[in-house]
Design a protein around this ligand. Structure first.
Ligand code: SF4
Length: 110
C-alpha cells in the first residue's frame, strides 16, 4: 500500500472506508512501539527504498521506533536478517551477498 508520502510499502496499512481514518505500520506490529507510531515516520523510513532495491525472499526486516533526544528526531530503526545465511544484513539494500555475491571488480581497491 502507498504511504501518505507516495512510496509503496508492504507494511503500511490504511483503512479509510466509510469515514474511518485508521493507519498502522505492520512492521512494528503490536509491540509497545506500535503505539508511538505515526504516519510521519514513513517520510524518512528506509523500508520503501530497501524493498525497491532488494526483493530477497530470505531477508526479514524488523523495525522499532527510536525516540531520539527528548523525543526529538523520532525515526524508524530498521534491522535486517537473512534466514539463508543466518546473519545480520549490514546493508539491506544490497543484501548479505550469499545468493548474489558481489563481483571481485567491485571489491578490489585502487
Ligand atoms: S514506517 Fe516505514 S515500514 Fe512502517 S509503514 Fe511507514 S514506510 Fe512502511
Amino acid at each position: 500500500m502507498q504511504t501518505p508520502f507516495g512510496k509503496e510499502c508492504p507494511f503500511f496499512y490504511g483503512d479509510y472506508f466509510r469515514g474511518k481514518n485508521h493507519e498502522e505500520c505492520r512492521l512494528v506490529g503490536t509491540t509497545i512501539s506500535a503505539q508511538k507510531w505515526t504516519n510521519k515516520l514513513c517520510k524518512t523510513c528506509a523500508v520503501p527504498n530497501i524493498i525497491l532495491a532488494n526483493a530477497c525472499q530470505f531477508m526479514n526486516l524488523k523495525g522499532s521506533i527510536s525516540e531520539g533526544f527528548l523525543g526529538l528526531g523520532k525515526s524508524m530503526q530498521i534491522r535486517a536478517y537473512c534466514e539463508k545465511s543466518q546473519t545480520i544484513v549490514k546493508e539491506p539494500q544490497i543484501g548479505c551477498g550469499l545468493c548474489h555475491p558481489i563481483s571481485e571488480i567491485f571489491l578490489t581497491e585502487k
